[in-house]
Design a protein around this ligand. Structure first.
Ligand code: IMP
Length: 179
């Protein structure tokens, strides 16, 4: 982006090229594992919108994309610990292979809640693809079947991730520099 209004505040962790290369690898792995079976890609809003859009283009399978809106943070960097569904699935997923696409697994509370929620809808299988994992913050251990990057205990933004709803449009992932 030519107008680097964010440069002072955000330090790059993964460049757009690094992200795209990893997303391509994840897409290839998912394509291999599902062996031509139809798949429901379940994009968890809002944070996963960019990742899911790129990942979908790297998966060579008959794909359906669904959206689930959840909110687990207030307008700061601390988890509220309470997961709220803000947008439910528009179609049933019973009998289907479902892949939950998450931006980041931090405490694991959101993902744990989501996996249980989706399981109650009777899918054939539920797996998880997360772009980022912050293991230092784990409160609930949830298995991640496909993982982009393991990151240190820093608050990150960009590529869909926000702080107070900002920075989602950055094409890279960065952390908020200390003032
Ligand atoms: P968890 O329930 O603590 O695992 O948090 C999951 C959700 O919190 C993610 O889907 C994000 O929306 C948000 N989140 C956690 N860590 C970060 C971060 O470093 N940057 C931006 N959002 C985060």
């Amino acid at each position: 982006m030519p107008n680097a209004w964010y440069r002072e505040k955000i330090k790059t962790l993964y460049s757009p090229e690094q992200i795209q290369a990893r997303v391509r690898e994840l897409g290839a792995e998912i394509t291999r594992d599902y062996r031509g079976k139809p798949l429901v890609l379940l994009c968890v809003l809002k944070g996963s919108f960019m990742f899911a859009a790129d990942l979908a283009r790297c998966i060579d399978l008959p794909l359906r994309v669904e959206f689930l809106g959840v909110q687990s943070y207030g307008d700061d960097t601390m988890s509220s610990g309470v997961v709220q569904i803000t947008l439910d699935l528009a179609r049933p997923v019973d009998g289907e292979e479902v892949l939950i696409v998450e931006d980041i697994v931090d405490t694991g509370l959101t993902l744990d809640y989501l996996v249980h929620q989706v399981q109650t809808r009777g899918p054939a299988s539920v797996k998880v693809c997360a772009l980022l994992h912050k293991p230092a913050r784990t409160k609930k251990k949830v298995s991640i079947d496909y993982l982009g990057f393991t990151i240190p205990n820093k608050f990150v933004v960009g590529y869909g991730l926000d702080v107070a709803q900002r920075y989602r449009n950055l094409p890279f992932i960065g952390h908020v520099a200390q003032p």
